[in-house]
Design a protein around this ligand. Structure first.
Ligand SMILES: [Zn+2]
Length: 122
């Protein structure tokens, strides 16, 4: 029967392997936009389904500002995949952190001599 620490290590290694297989990642999001123009009598002004587009845009925050870039449809597909990869990566890292914290509690509980005295909180 594996110890708790061994179980943590096993799960951690599995997550690390998962991490190693992740492809390219990207921040931000892909937005699909339909627009209207100023041309008099254009179909885009009569009916929402007549608007121009779809236009694909990749938006992300750079130094606190939103930066956008036009993408073709295949590029948009590519970036949706990269953005999903990044989300997956973040989930894996969060789980690795959680397991590390649990392993840490286990190890610290074994090595800590005694709890420090409680501070007198008001
Ligand atoms: Zn138009």
């Amino acid at each position: 029967m594996p110890s708790r620490l061994e179980r943590y290590e096993r799960v951690y290694r599995a997550l690390a392997r998962e991490l190693a297989n992740i492809g390219f990642i990207s921040q931000g999001s892909v937005v699909v936009r339909y627009t209207t123009c100023g041309k008099p009598g254009c179909r885009c002004q009569k009916d929402p389904s007549g608007r121009h587009g779809p236009y694909y845009q990749w938006s992300r925050a750079v130094a606190g500002k939103t930066v956008s870039r036009r993408l073709t449809e295949p590029e948009a597909e590519l970036y949706r995949g990269w953005i999903a990869n990044r989300r997956h990566l973040e989930e894996i890292v969060a789980r690795m952190e959680q397991i590390s914290a649990e392993a840490g509690e286990l190890l610290l509980g074994q090595t800590a001599p005694a709890k420090p005295p409680r501070s007198a909180k008001g």
